[in-house]
Design a protein around this ligand. Sequence first.
Ligand SMILES: Nc1ncnc2c1ncn2[C@@H]1O[C@H](COP(=O)(O)OP(=O)(O)OP(=O)(O)O)[C@@H](O)[C@H]1O
Length: 284
Amino acid sequence: MTSISPPVADIPVRATSGVSVVPSPDSVVHLNEVTVRRGSTVLLDRVSVDIRSRERWVVLGPNGAGKTTLLQIAAAQMHPTSGRAHVLGARLGAVDLSQVRPLIGISSAALAARVPSGETVLNVVVSAGYGVIGRWREDYEELDFARARELLAAMGIERFADRMYGTLSEGERKRTLAARALMTDPELLLLDEPAAGLDLGGREDLLRRLDVLALDPASPATILVTHHVEEIPIAFTHLLLLREGRVVAAGPLANVLNQGNLSTTFGMELQLDTRDGRYFAHAR
Ligand SMILES: Nc1ncnc2c1ncn2[C@@H]1O[C@H](COP(=O)(O)OP(=O)(O)OP(=O)(O)O)[C@@H](O)[C@H]1O
């Protein structure tokens, strides 16, 4: 007979990075010294961050910094090569993640590429309930469609509900995927470059909608990836700056976002301006 030892109590111990070794009860994404390696390439290098349920995080960094890799870990779609990653309390690599993934809403370019262009916008959103993209033979309730329409309305695109996804503009597609990401009422929302490819009006409109979402206490913890400080929604609370797979700085947005940290992150002298809670940057 094999005896099973009782679990060791999860007592938070501060690690050298300032992030506790084990997640606290309200940790949604908890990374401790997470490294991701592919061959000789280090995609993430000892990344530690603790994201709590009420927080709205921006991950900012240049091309190739490791932002999408970080988001894949947060989405429980990739395991670290070393280090410990917990998502919604589940330790990646140690437990079956099929229970966790439905609790995560994601909008990304990889997902966008998989949406059938002939599917209607309403079906793209409602089919998130089954974790599929587009309808097949699943049964949906009227309630599901009502919820999908409500989310499309929140994103300002309810009028496109019956249009084919393939006929939408880039901005309309982004908003469709954001609505889809919220369809399952997730506990964690991941938005990979939601404003990429949008025109100025489209970007500003999306930022306003993300602010409304971020300010709603019922909204899930959110991680938004971007390259541009101009795309940081005012209501977001925390920032992680990433360069070459390493954390430059992470924490409350107002403490982390300054000219020095931004210049280090992008490897050039940058001027950072702020107005009405928004940020603007250009080369000095
Ligand atoms: N399988 C792989 N093998 C080797 N290198 C990889 C692999 N996957 C990703 N990389 C590299 O890891 C680095 C980080 O990639 P990642 O997509 O996470 O960056 P990113 O910050 O999201 O970039 P971008 O802003 O351009 O989308 C990049 O330099 C990429 O080329």
